[in-house]
Design a protein around this ligand. Structure first.
Ligand code: LMR
Length: 400
């Protein structure tokens, strides 16, 4: 008997494990509609021009690679706080920088993990709520951080909409001190976001009940625009404590750089300093300090007016292409089979579409048509392009 003989084989990851299966499939017609990665019209992960220009500037500067501070590159942290919290109406952040604790994180997931570990250490009841449904990794990540994870109602599959009444009612019964994970925009996996009025109701109940809001914002700019998509975060920051995780994987197409941040709006500067000191302990005992390159690229772009404008234009291009593919999918399905009404797909935001297909239908899509979407019925729309849309429509029409 070896020490490890009783170790069980874990199931593959529902999202990244699907990419492994996709890679192993040798059918030339295959399409990866699983993972949330933006691909351009040619089916490639783009290198944004603003990123290329920043890389060039950085290469010319040839800075040595020392350790970054535990909380990351200072300029990056400041710029990210600005990006996340600036009110477009005033040009000012909704809370002053000294009231905000920021740590550079390893993408959105790494930032959620720092938040999860810290929040668990101060939690009074060990409870955390996620939406039903939510990103697959939320449950796994927060459970592993030691939380008892439960769900609040979110998606109404018959009406193809958010059931905000049920959501608000459930939050109204949650125990004080419970952490509530909310998707700031581009809800993953459904694509259905809250309206401004819905957000006002959710914020009210979160504050009234003394819940702790944690807003996951991995797609700022993929729904409507940088400022618009940040509205929920600013609303919460203006009314009290809020934890916000952000990621530049998708918005800067910097997936492999693992670059994101945790931003915590606190009550005052002293509180922010104390929170930051604890977040630094979480980072130090997890990976010591973060990597340099992604933060330098993002900071270079955000600090330079022209590069920032270019970034916003490139982000808009990605957003618009996804919207075009949604429209093409809906009209393709209607043309392929008159009885399919997939019009809900154009009501959704961001990278994902909750198609409404069952696990059996998704398995058929994979086995018979080499179309790899998640078992939950989630489809990654940026995988679509003019060369594969007919094939995808055809497969979907046959299992719909
Ligand atoms: C997704 O939901 O597909 C992305 O957020 C990628 C990931 O890490 O799961």
């Amino acid at each position: 008997m070896s020490l490890l003989s009783s170790v069980e084989r874990a199931p593959r990851d529902p999202i990244l494990g699907l990419t492994e299966a996709f890679k192993a499939d040798d059918r030339s017609t295959k399409v990866n509609l699983g993972v949330g990665v933006y691909m351009d019209e040619a089916g490639k992960v783009p290198l944004l021009k603003c990123v290329s220009a920043a890389q060039q500037q950085l290469a010319e500067g040839r800075a040595p690679y020392g350790y970054l501070p535990i909380d990351g590159l200072k300029e990056y942290d400041d710029l990210v706080a600005g990006l996340v919290l600036t009110d477009p109406a005033t040009g000012q952040t909704v809370v002053s920088r000294d009231r905000v604790a920021v740590v550079q994180g390893l993408g959105g997931t790494g930032s959620l993990k720092i938040a999860g570990d810290f929040l668990r250490s101060i939690s009074t009841n060990g409870k955390l709520l996620i939406s039903n449904p939510s990103w697959e990794n939320h449950n796994a990540l927060f459970s592993r951080a030691g939380f008892e994870v439960q769900q609040y109602p979110y998606y109404d599959p018959t009406g193809h909409r958010v059931d905000v009444d049920a959501m608000v009612a459930a939050l109204g019964e949650a125990e004080a001190g419970t952490v509530v994970v909310l998707h700031a925009c581009c809800h993953n996996p459904t694509g259905y976001d809250l309206s401004d009025q819905d957000w006002a109701r959710v914020e009210q109940v979160v504050r009234d009940r003394g819940l702790i809001p944690l807003l996951d914002m991995a797609y700022q700019g993929f729904a409507t625009g940088i400022a618009e998509d940040g509205a929920a975060v600013r609303r919460f920051a203006a009314s009290g404590i809020v934890f916000v995780t952000t990621s530049f994987s998708k918005t800067f197409s910097l997936y492999g750089e693992r670059i994101g941040a945790l931003v915590v709006a606190c009550t005052d500067a002293d509180e922010a300093a104390r929170v930051l000191s604890q977040l630094k302990i979480v980072v130090r005992t997890t990976y010591s300090n973060p990597p340099t390159n992604g933060a330098s690229i993002v900071a270079t772009v955000l600090a330079d007016e022209q590069l920032r404008r270019q970034w916003e234009a490139e982000l808009a291009e990605m957003r618009d292409r996804i919207k075009q593919m949604r429209t093409a999918l809906v009209s393709g399905l209607a043309a392929a089979r008159g009885d399919i009404d997939a019009s809900h797909i154009t009501d959704q935001n961001g990278m994902f579409s909750y198609s409404g297909l069952s696990k059996n239908q998704m398995v058929r899509l994979r086995e018979e048509f080499a179309l790899y979407g998640l078992d939950s019925g989630r489809l990654a729309i940026p995988a679509l392009n003019p060369a594969n849309i007919d094939r995808v429509v055809d497969g979907l029409a046959q299992v719909w």
